[in-house]
Design a binder for this molecule. Structure first.
Ligand SMILES: CC(C)(COP(=O)(O)OP(=O)(O)OC[C@H]1O[C@@H](n2cnc3c(N)ncnc32)[C@H](O)[C@@H]1OP(=O)(O)O)[C@@H](O)C(=O)NCCC(=O)NCCS
Length: 186
């Protein structure tokens, strides 16, 4: 299976989102092997991923998602996607609605906390509502060990819809799902 590629380039305030391609494995491998990035990006204790795993993950996701590389000042700094909702527990609460989810990683850590993640979320959200005519977009499973992520979604207009207590021994005590509807985004 190859990546399902697309031709969208999205302009944010300071970032640009360009299509993820089969030429991007080296940067994805780097970011997905950085323990600090993985600490925040994953709920479980993932320590590393090999090229085969990386390809399988992104190729699989791309079948039902628009996958992008985040660029800042003409340099690739991370990845993100807008994906069809894949969780039954969410879909059954929103019958007949077009539900999507956003996931993102800024792999270049020196750029965390400078507003770029919020810019990415706003840009993908606008794309989802204006181009894809989505009804609701979600951020899923944001652990309370990752306040930067929760705050970035909230700054982009998302509100907490679920707070779940995590089993003991996990990094997060609680995790959150957040959402924004098309009406809220206007
Ligand atoms: C999550 C991520 C995408 C957010 O992007 P970002 O560019 O760092 O976030 P932003 O700068 O847009 O917004 C972060 C906000 O959190 C705030 N923040 C940072 N640390 C915080 C803390 N400990 N407690 C509360 N708020 C905090 C920042 O001050 C900022 O808010 P402000 O602009 O009002 O000051 C990025 O940090 C990242 O890629 N992290 C690693 C991977 C990851 O966690 N992915 C998401 C998995 S759910």
């Amino acid at each position: 299976m190859q990546l399902r590629e697309h031709t969208w380039t999205l302009q944010g305030d300071r970032i640009v989102l360009r299509p993820l391609t089969e030429g991007d494995w080296d940067i994805l491998l780097k970011w997905n092997n950085d323990p600090e990035v993985l600490y925040f990006a994953e709920g479980d204790d993932v320590e590393s991923r090999d090229l085969e795993q990386i390809r399988n993950i992104y190729r699989g996701i791309s079948q039902n998602a628009f996958c992008f590389i985040i660029e800042f000042e003409n340099t690739a700094i991370g990845e993100c996607w807008l994906q069809e909702m894949n969780l039954e527990c969410i879909l059954e609460k929103y019958p007949g609605k077009d539900c999507r989810r956003i996931d993102l990683i800024i792999g270049e850590k020196r750029l965390w906390g400078q507003g770029l993640g919020t810019d990415v979320i706003r840009t993908l959200t606008r794309f989802g509502f204006e181009h894809e005519r989505s009804d609701v977009i979600f951020g899923i499973d944001i652990g309370d060990h990752n306040p930067r992520s929760l705050k970035a979604f909230q700054k982009a207009g998302y509100r907490i819809i679920t707070k779940i207590e995590e089993p003991s021994g996990r990094k997060a005590k609680f995790s959150y799902d957040v959402a924004i509807t098309r009406e809220e985004a206007v």
